[in-house]
Ligand binder design. Sequence first.
Ligand SMILES: [Zn+2]
Length: 267
Amino acid sequence: MQHLKFINPNLNSAGLPAFEQLSDDDLTKCANNHAWYQAREGIQCERCRNLEVLFVYRDGERTSMSCPCQARRNSLARARRAGLTDLLKRCTFDSFQVKQNWQRVAKTAVQNFVNDEKRGWLLLSGQSGCGKTHLCTAAIGAFIERGQDVHVVRWVNDSTMLKGLSSDTYEREKRLNAFKRASVLLIDDLFKTQSNEKPTSADVRLAYDLLNYRYENRSLITMLSTERTISELKQIDEAIGGRIYEMVKGYCLEIGGGEKNWRFQQQ
Ligand SMILES: [Zn+2]
């Protein structure tokens, strides 16, 4: 009866059924019918009333689980800390300008990738200004909407940060593991260097570490944007280029030499 009082102290005087007669669905409804909590990251969730935990009754036993809104709030908080909030608002599939055929092809391919349950990896390759950041951001926004745990590696900043932690193994592994294990990972501007020089061996080791983990854990969703072509990636490192080539089946888009013409690599 302790449980009953917790759910509704007036239950007896209100003449409602005895605790034992309440169905699991009724008990679940009561348990989640608490006061509204503050809306973290501005999300109002009807299911958990912003508590981020759901109480569930199964065979009269109460258990709790994370509400799906929690992963979404965490992804939005990370995006905010990384300064991506405005970009996420601005760069959606709807706001992507489709004036030429290559833009339509690219947009459709990335939308298909988001919805494809049997997807491998996505590679968007091309010079800055070709729209790859917009499309990757739109995909990230769509995955966040679905409550996915999304992380973004901004290669220039994050590779420098991780390499700088080489003497602090604990902190380095903690941060690296968050990227490696994220359900959705975007590596933005992979192997971008100053003046387009060759990536260092430390860069290559870091990229291999990240990508090989995701290669071995294929349910994880991986998106890559880069100014390098897939053959340049192979030249940088055969093992990395080979894994990317194998994983991007159907979702390898390259925009070539100055002309706005997406090449769809079929394998
Ligand atoms: Zn919720």
